[in-house]
Design a protein around this ligand. Sequence first.
Ligand code: SF4
Ligand code: SF4
Length: 343
Amino acid sequence: MKNIRLGRTNLTVSQLGFGAMHLPKLDQTEADRVMNHALDRGITYIDTAAAYGDSQEKLGKAIASRRHEYVLATKTQKRSYTEAKEEIENSLKLLHTDYIDILQIHYVNYVSEYREVKSPDGALRAAVEMKEKGYIGHIGITGHRPELLARWLKDYPFDTVLFHLSMVQPFAERDLMPTAIDLDVGMIAMKPLSGPFLSRTEEAIRYTGGSAAHVVLSGMKSIAEVDSNLAALEHEVTAEERSQLVQMAEGLDEHGCRRCNYCSCPLGIRIPDTLIPSRYRNRYGLLPAGEELWNKSEEKFSQCLTYEPCRDRPLCERACPYHLPIQDEIRRLTMNSTPARSS
Ligand code: SF4
Ligand code: SF4
């Protein structure tokens, strides 16, 4: 696996990053094993967040003694100065460190949130202050709306940006990455398997690995996952392979869903978890955990089509900033209801 310069941070990091959002599912002994194995195998980019349960605490206990071996990224989802300052200080304690390499303003998906973060009493001021005091190296931003992230990179000199990029969510390649490249911003691409969905894992990891993103950030919870992700990125993706992977991805993004979660469904249909994997499921099948999630929504599809409050104008569609025809998609899925291809 190659090491790479993370844009204008000038940090050198491994191409595969360890996403620590699943640590809350592990006990401390297992977290110790998995995290130390990741470092032993050469992973040097470690990403967590204050919002990920006890992930920071477990991470701190597991590998703080090896702090000089990895670039540490965490996030605050607080929007105000006071709350963000408090949360960052708490992150330093939980992570058993006096230095966070990259502090990211987490999950900014609305223009109003961005304004709040940037206001004189916003979270960004707390991050800047902590940086000036030497507790933070760089400030980044994360979100699920690539075109808004691009706009915000032009507005404020964030050093890194964290975004979705996978075969079923390629939107950042067009809407965000050209701006990040122009500005030399470090690009961290998350969810190469789109969460628990994409069954052809090696191809999925190599699709994201073959893009211009610097880091492929994968959420890992076992030694086996660390090893298989590393194996997938062992060799560089050639231009020829990249074009085959892009061809494989063709049409899988027709749902258009960015997973911004503006929508919600009173019946409990998980809309992005329905739209995003739908075409992939048909063609290649889903991972077992993804299929389980899918089934939970699928049993409500027929109710959706006759649900009175959504008869004239579906509630979810009113909220979607991309004006996606969500109910029509669900109708299409009901009509083409065939068992998924097994993976
Ligand atoms: S159209 Fe269907 S998915 Fe959308 S909110 Fe209504 S019931 Fe839920
Ligand atoms: S359907 Fe629209 S609102 Fe819902 S997550 Fe997808 S893009 Fe966002």
